[in-house]
Design a binder for this molecule. Sequence first.
Ligand code: AOF
Ligand code: ZN
Length: 367
Amino acid sequence: MFSPLDTRMMARALQLARRGRFRAAPNPHVGCVLVREGAVIGEGTTQPAGGHHAEVEALAMAGDARGATAYVTLEPCSHHGKTGPCAEALIAAGVVRVVAAMEDPNPRVAGGGLSKLREAGIAVDCGLLQSEAEEVIPGFIARMRRGRGRVRAKLAMSLDGRTAMASGESQWITGPAARQDVQRLRAASCAIVTGVGTVLADNCSLTVRREQLDASSLAQEAGQRQPLRVVLDSALQTPAGANILSADAPTLLCHTAGAGVESHLLPVDRAELPVAATGMDLSALMSLLATRQCNEILVESGPRLAGAMLQAGLLDELIVYMAPVLMGSSANPLLHLPLDSMAQKVALKVVDVRQVGSDWRFTLAPE
Ligand code: AOF
Ligand code: ZN
């Protein structure tokens, strides 16, 4: 069904798709290549939300796409959303074949785009480089298929497994390269979740800082968009003037019933969450973030929230930066897990290990 040319063109479309990773959310970032007689005549990447889908960009570049084959990393849409249906645009342009890497998991599309194309007499093949395409948009797929985005926790520790001194002092454990890496993680996230304890201890901003991103224009553009900062603040204790309330990014304070609202918090976006056995209901938080269309969720918190997320089965990945330093203190473990026997130990699968500057980065998934 697929030729070597097909594979080469889909690989190119995947490259184009990845270019949208800092900008397209809440849309999935998609790539499209139009090919006629073996030559590329148009290329496109999903534009920031409300903007053109990848197919429309590629058709605009081609001008005349009659007789072309379209390679797309996601099934062309069939619905009228913020933009018109791409399937209809491809039909109108006279494309003769569409090769898609995967079906759109969005229930509003879900095969509807492919059948619309087939009904119009276009040859349609789906499934080329599917697992690669799924790896490009894990957050969107997770939100569509299970109703909650992909959740990763970022943690930094010393060689002896400490995340802060007993005093709470923690800046900086890792070096500049690891911190730049974290900036890229933030830039690719829709929401960054933390606890009020971290806000009080670190006065963190949790924004994307353009000057710390690498020099590529892609990374620089990412700085324009700021993820939603989410603070688990059950009693609404975030102080006036906290960096987390700065005007350069949106903030959502999640509290429990009966929290008194200080006047300085009145203009801040807030949501009430139910209480579960061990604190705020984290699963309800994830559903709330799904209704806000968050595909990629990053938890940047202390050991307690990260431990609670892991124990609630809500973490898809842990990203742990380990600095070759010794902090010595016996306080502040990487994650707070109330375990007391070896039989209870939490096993993780190592997805990736690499050196980032002078530090090591481990990507781990709960088994
Ligand atoms: C495509 N090509 O490049 C993308 C698609 O609200 P809208 O109109 O922007 O539609 C968003 C939905 O379209 C999104 O949830 C997903 O199902 C699909 N994304 N489809 O044909 C694209 N990004
Ligand atoms: Zn579309």
